[in-house]
Design a binder for this molecule. Sequence first.
Ligand code: NAD
Length: 491
Amino acid sequence: MRLCNFVNGQWSKPLHGQYRNIVNPATGEALWDVPQSSREDLNLAVAAAKSSFSSWRLVPAPKRGEMLFRVGQMLLERKAELAAMMTQEMGKVLLEAEGDVQEGIDMAFYMAGEGRRSFGQTTPSELPNKFSMTIRDPIGVAGIITPWNFPMAIPTWKIFPAIVMGNTVVFKPASETPRLAYELVKILEEAGVPGGVVNLVFGSGSEIGEALIRHPDVALISFTGSNETGRHVAKVTGGELKRTSLELGGKNAIIVMDDADLDLAIDGIIWSAFGTTGQRCTACSRLIVQEGIYDTLRERLKERMEKLTLGSGLDKRTDVGPLINKQAVEKVKKYIKIGTDEGARLEMGGTVPQDPALAAGNFFLPTLFTDVSMEMRIAQEEIFGPVLSMIKVKSLQEAIEANNRVTYGLSSSLFTRNVNQAFEAIRDLATGLIYINAGTTGAEIHLPFGGTRGTGNGHRESGTAALDFFSEWKAIYVDYSGRLQRAQIDD
Ligand code: NAD
């Protein structure tokens, strides 16, 4: 099967006719071919989005929202089928793939409702016979650039608020996961979103992504991906004063205090560290443990890790699927060497599995390092694989300091039964997401999502925060006094 671009309402082949093959990371099996588009394809998509903007911005927002209700309904009907495609394409286990699609469904229904809300403010004027209010205005063409690890959820976090606010879209999905992007745009088309409003161009980051961020007719860029690419995007768009939202990496920690419910903490750690094979931006890669419970937790965690089953995510028995590709396996191997060289103790894993049944896939054993200190690179840098580093601390204050002493600030979690400690941590943990007695993952779509420091540039996705990125505030004053009234000057 060959996927197509979607430009100006037409499913079209790339102008230069080039494709590349997508491979199942669990089996090495060839799946489908994806266009390797050129700048010319991208330029056509931007031109379509630009010309559609003038009519789309005038479609009443409730009507735009109704289209998203239909999108949500279709996603719901096709949830199982879409989840299976996702597992084939990027490896996460079926249950998690269903969760990924569900996030898109939730976002569709939530943003559909924004078509009838999008509240502004009415507020008194300081002058008599004068009325003041604010409304949201769409901005123009939104360039949407997404990673491969949430192939349905992340595009919906961006495209749905963008279009309900009246913007038009050029969408460049991750090179590794084109299929879900293709299915999502087909659903948008079937739900009645007019041609030209959402355009889809497949291709590499260096060719299509780069052309998109540099295009003068693209008014805003919403990017999710690695810190390195994000910094590059910021440099390019910053020079043009282009509105840019960056959602980047994480080095998230779970803190376990001596008084924690250990069974619950271990469930949270396993789910957060090894779910999606550690390839979530919110994955837990640091385990900060109070000294009284450290040895017990380490031993009990190892027992649970022993029981994790590796395999294809389509197999119901599988707990941990493959990494996305061979480069990811090499990157994880590199960090195993770095950690060992730095003096951390490799307690478990640290290698690819020896099982011949897994040889064709990009598998890596769930890995635990202990005796890790905060300065080590494995405690500072995003590995994006099933590698967990255990750090021992004496007190909550020391744990919070360790949590905050990394360049990322996405998610953190604390297991304790002490409500005072919990609220102290909520006050002092410097991350965009905080979980008490739950792991580092599990955001809900109606709350703001994003991180501090190196995780981004201060914007938030999800909830009403997303509307702030995809719209411009307009302040309006209506003077019905019939005379010139000067604010700050006339009494
Ligand atoms: P990546 O940075 O390699 O790629 C992300 C996207 O950027 C892809 O679509 C890619 O093609 C594109 N791209 C690459 N070069 C580009 C360029 N020069 N100009 C424009 N676009 C370009 O990231 P990835 O490997 O796909 O994703 C994994 C990363 O994403 C991890 O660091 C993870 O933590 C992060 N992530 C963050 C969040 C969040 O919300 N904070 C969510 C998921 C993933």
